[in-house]
Write a protein that binds this ligand. Structure first.
Ligand SMILES: [Zn+2]
Length: 266
């Protein structure tokens, strides 16, 4: 009964708060990250995006006026990783804060040893456990203008959100029942070690060296590649690509090649 009521509520919401058709179509055309999605997947993404905009509180700060188009651009990208997972994966928090440009963060932090350090950094995005996602609009816009480069600050920060579903960000989100922790760990620790080795030996890194910062950053960076430059990730870290395919239940390399997406929901 509750499920039926919830379903009716969702249908009512979708029919009363539609995203303007032309605005949606324009976004699907101009943003490379959505390339290759089938008509059914796009329709599903549109539903998720509508619900995301209704459930989350998007808020511009430092004078940033958030237009419907901007909110839509951000929300649709945030919903792409959870296309097959569902909006429940973003439960437990509501706020998305958007700065006009890169923002400065100054704070004291305490590590596991109890050592307090002062951080003063310029960031393009940040994700808090059970708290807001913070983004710089400048970076969101530039990722959209230059897709397939392995950079997408929206995917990056929302990947951290998925990672934090099962505690601190450690590079492993809650895996599906048919996945194996052992396989995930083997794929990710191997790739993480390789990237660190490349940097230690001053070799050209296979992916954004920021991924070598920590396992959590590696997962977020690998997710950026998975959705924006899947062939690069598949080429250098096929085992990581395979695990992300199982986790996100999507195959961007296949759909961006114009090939038929295999049935992954076994
Ligand atoms: Zn990060």
């Amino acid at each position: 009964m509750m499920k039926w009521l919830e379903h009716q509520r969702i249908l009512y919401t979708l029919s009363h708060n539609p995203i303007p058709h032309e605005m949606w179509e324009e976004l699907m055309q101009k943003a490379g990250i959505f390339r290759g999605l089938s008509a059914v997947e796009r329709a599903h993404l549109r539903e998720l995006t509508t619900l995301f905009l209704l459930r989350k509180d998007l808020c511009g700060v430092q004078g940033l006026i958030l237009t419907m188009e901007m909110a839509l651009t951000l929300a649709a990208q945030a919903c792409l990783p959870i296309l097959m997972l569902g909006l429940d994966y973003y439960d437990g928090w509501v706020e998305v804060v958007i700065y006009p440009g890169a923002f400065r963060v100054e704070r004291d932090s305490t590590d596991a040893m109890g050592l307090v350090s002062h951080q003063d950094r310029i960031l393009s995005g940040e994700s808090w456990s059970r708290g807001p996602v913070i983004l710089s609009w400048d970076n969101v816009a530039s990722d959209l203008a230059a897709p397939h480069s392995g950079h997408n600050v929206v995917v990056h920060e929302f990947a951290h959100k998925l990672d934090m579903l099962n505690g601190n960000a450690n590079g492993m989100p809650p895996l599906h029942p048919h996945m194996e922790v052992k396989q995930w760990t083997k794929a990710f620790s191997g790739a993480f070690g390789q990237l660190q080795q490349q940097l230690a030996h001053h070799h050209h890194p296979s992916i954004n060296p920021y991924g070598a910062t920590s396992p959590a950053e590696f997962f977020a960076v690998a997710s950026e590649y998975f959705f924006t430059d899947p062939h690069t990730l598949q080429l250098h870290y096929p085992a990581v690509y395979e695990q992300l395919l199982l986790f996100y239940i999507q195959n961007p390399a296949s759909r961006q090649s114009g090939l038929k997406v295999p049935n992954l929901t076994e």
